[in-house]
Design a protein around this ligand. Structure first.
Ligand code: PLZ
Length: 448
């Protein structure tokens, strides 16, 4: 019964773009009115189009419009919306048990996810995992563990970083507005160092690392740092890919100074860049790796995975939370790992790069306001800037995102200055849909 229902719903969604009303359509407008009365303005939506169903790379709104989804809910439905294996695993689990609380009475799927993360995160050593609900919670737990392990307090982060919306993670973000404006006081002992941003600083990886390290040595001192938290490719910051050698130099400095090196792979991990974790592209073997977003195919789950001796420094009862590693989310995550393997999804990420990057470079050659094309796999971005000064051009980005939405393509913006368009499609997207979406971006650029 369940199978038939699920399959008939999915097969009803053709993998095509189709706009049948004005955007937003009448039903979305009506829902938006209801929402404005009961949902605070602090929770905003990039596009007030209300979604009813989704499959693969297509989302369908309440008015029957079909959008090509180049955002995947900010990199969450990496293996595709309503992936059949994820639905089957979650449905099966729903019928068995939905909650016990792992710290009261445990279950296998939590253990299996921990085994899979131990296997697929970089580094050939004993690893352990704690599962939590959200990316921010993973960051919080990683910091707790690093502090307990080192007996130190300092947290180092990089410019343009994004780590979440809790009190500690707000303090770790680079950008104040809109994330933290007015929400202080914030957690202390966070030290924000310059990063490597080749388009803007022009520095080699070695020089950028020297600058970062010198800054941290001066402003806090290595011996007071518990951890350095880096996104190997920065997500909200605009898919900033650091210069070659930058991250390994930071890791070497951390290792030499007893600082826990934490890779926040919440956006860049789980097959997004053609490796399980983007750290692998840079030869990094982080002490702790954070996953979330894509790990459970759309269900809420996150994890901190790391060296067993570091993870075990937290005392029994020191880690946990009511919903962490929920059985349904954990079952979905096991299915995600199986799908990555059985559908060779790492190669799909590279296929997507091979379509996006050349097309975007061609656009850059025609439109000098595209200052930079960067990224790896299915994590590609273009930065809009003044050709002479590299001053950010957020107006072009807003105009393109709005044009794309009107024409049935969801694109996400990013960047500290809102001047980056990021392409974060599901790995299930076909070349045809990608080409079609690129066609809309071309029209959008021509219309500027
Ligand atoms: N670390 C690298 O990308 C979440 C934010 C969406 P949570 N990024 C999307 C929004 O506006 O709230 C993110 C990330 C990196 C941490 C997080 C936080 O993950 O699951 O949103 O808490």
């Amino acid at each position: 019964m369940t199978d038939t229902l699920v399959n008939s719903t999915l097969s009803a969604i053709s993998q095509e773009r189709r706009i049948v009303t004005a955007i937003p359509g009448p039903k979305s407008i009506a829902l938006h009115q209801r929402r404005l009365a009961v949902v605070p303005v602090g929770v905003s939506s990039a596009l007030p189009v209300y979604i009813e169903r989704a499959h693969g790379a297509i989302i369908v709104d309440v008015d029957g419009n079909q959008f090509i989804d180049l955002g995947a809910g900010i990199g969450v439905t990496t293996i595709g919306h309503t992936d059949e294996a994820v639905i089957a695993a979650a449905t099966n689990q729903l019928e068995k048990v939905t909650h016990t609380l792992f710290t009261i009475t445990p279950y296998e799927s939590y253990v299996r996810v921990a085994e899979l993360l131990a296997e697929h995160t970089p580094g050939d050593f004993a690893k352990k995992t704690v599962l939590v609900n959200s990316g921010a919670e993973a960051v919080e737990n990683a910091v707790k563990i690093a502090r307990k392990h080192t007996g130190r307090y300092g947290i180092a982060v990089l410019e343009h970083a994004y780590h979440g919306r809790t009190n500690l993670t707000m303090a770790m973000n680079f950008k104040a507005a809109p994330y933290s404006t007015g929400f202080g006081p914030f957690a202390g002992d966070v030290y924000r160092a310059p990063n490597s941003y080749p388009f803007h600083d022009g520095l080699s990886g070695a020089d950028a690392a020297e600058r970062t390290i010198a800054y941290l040595e001066k402003t806090v001192g290595a011996s007071d740092l518990a951890c350095l938290v880096v996104e190997p490719i920065q997500g909200e910051g605009g898919f900033v890919v650091p210069a070659e050698g930058y991250l390994p130099a930071l890791q070497a400095w951390c290792t030499a100074n007893g600082i826990v090196f934490i890779a926040d792979e919440i956006q860049s991990g789980m097959a997004r860049t053609g490796k399980y974790f983007a750290s692998e592209h840079f030869g990094l073997v982080p002490d702790l790796v954070l996953s979330a977003k894509g790990i459970a195919g759309g269900l809420p789950l996150a994890g901190v995975t790391g060296r067993a001796e570091i993870m075990d420094s937290a005392q029994p009862g020191g880690l946990g939370g009511t919903f962490g590693g929920n059985p349904v989310s954990a079952a979905a995550a096991v299915a995600v790992f199986e799908q990555i393997e059985s559908h060779n999804l790492l190669a799909e990420a590279m296929r997507i790069e091979s379509v996006l990057t050349p097309a975007l470079l061609e656009l850059q050659a025609r439109y000098p306001i595209i200052g930079d094309v960067r990224g790896i796999g299915a994590m590609i971005a273009i930065e809009f800037a003044d050709p002479a000064t590299h001053k950010p051009n957020p107006a072009a980005v807003s105009a393109i995102a709005a044009f794309a939405a009107q024409h049935g393509v969801i694109v996400l913006t990013a960047g500290t200055y809102g001047n980056v368009i990021r392409f974060l499609p599901s790995l299930a997207i076909s070349n045809e849909l990608l080409e079609e979406a690129l066609g809309v971006i071309r029209e959008a650029l021509a219309s500027l």
